[in-house]
Write a protein that binds this ligand. Structure first.
Ligand SMILES: C[S@@+](CC[C@H](N)C(=O)[O-])C[C@H]1O[C@@H](n2cnc3c(N)ncnc32)[C@H](O)[C@@H]1O
Length: 248
């Protein structure tokens, strides 16, 4: 059970595996007015930057669960680096179906709603770990502009236009699920670049070091096509945000 290697090659230099910058992640943490000792659960926690920096900055505690051994090891190293290893722990595992032993104050899934088969299932999954009145964080893409055709949607790595909605409709969707949307932090095109364009140098450096690896042809093809495709499609049509929700 592990994340396919191509992901860890692409995002080898990333601490944040989503289109928020460190500044936006920090601003989101500050906007939530988290009390010291807040207990958090982060499903698909990646390299742990949310839990580690919020533990450092706001004194929260928590657990992250991620399927990637590489990212989980990095999250543990980051916790040690920031001096918060006694407050946050990172578990390697499948987060689908993961429910905390004790109810938490903050339950998050930032950029991996497939673990609950979509937004509705993920709110339901996180809700099973959350104490009444707790905060839920969901990171999810939305269309910045509706793609004109299915080809454009696929070029944004969606399977279809129907995969995502525009921002107002995404907010309505959360409300229809019975939640108040109480905060949000959105990516912008510059912060998308820090996520997407930052992958190209990782790909190129890996290729230079591993020309004979079985993944080299795939990485070569991606490095050739992705910058143009991203500039033409993903950067124009797709956006992303983290939404803070409270059950009504
Ligand atoms: C887009 S990244 C987001 C990571 C992190 N939340 C962040 O924002 O930096 C998606 C993450 O989901 C993890 N993942 C994918 N499927 C998973 C699963 N079934 N259970 C746990 N983690 C999973 C990947 O390893 C990766 O770290």
């Amino acid at each position: 059970m592990d994340l396919p290697r191509i992901f860890t090659i692409r995002e080898s230099s990333h601490r944040i595996h989503n289109p928020l910058t460190a500044g936006k992640l920090a601003a989101l943490g500050a906007s939530l007015h988290l009390a010291p000792g807040t207990r958090a659960l982060d499903l698909a926690s990646g390299s742990g930057e949310l839990l580690c920096t919020w533990a450092r900055d706001h004194g929260i505690t928590g657990t992250g669960v991620d399927i990637s051994t590489v990212f989980t090891a990095r999250a543990r190293a980051r916790a040690a680096e920031l001096g918060v290893a006694d407050r946050v722990e990172f578990v390697h595992g499948d987060a689908a179906g993961h429910v905390a032993d004790q109810p938490v104050d903050l339950a998050a899934c930032v950029g991996a709603t497939w673990i609950g088969d979509g937004v509705a299932g993920t709110t339901e999954l996180l809700g099973r770990s959350l104490r009444p009145g707790g905060l839920m964080l969901i990171g999810e893409p939305f269309w910045r502009r509706t793609p004109p055709d299915e080809e454009t949607a696929k070029a944004c790595h969606a399977t279809s236009i129907a995969d995502f909605v525009l921002l107002p409709e995404l907010i309505e969707r959360f409300q229809e699920l019975g939640y108040d949307v109480v905060e949000m932090m959105l990516a912008d095109q510059d912060s998308w670049d820090r996520y997407a364009a930052a992958q190209w140098l990782n790909l190129r450096r890996w290729l230079d070091r591993n020309p004979d690896d079985e993944l080299a042809p795939e990485v070569r093809a991606e490095l050739t096509t992705e910058p143009v495709q991203y500039a033409r499609y993903g950067r124009e049509y797709l956006s992303w945000g983290v939404f803070a929700l409270m059950k009504r």
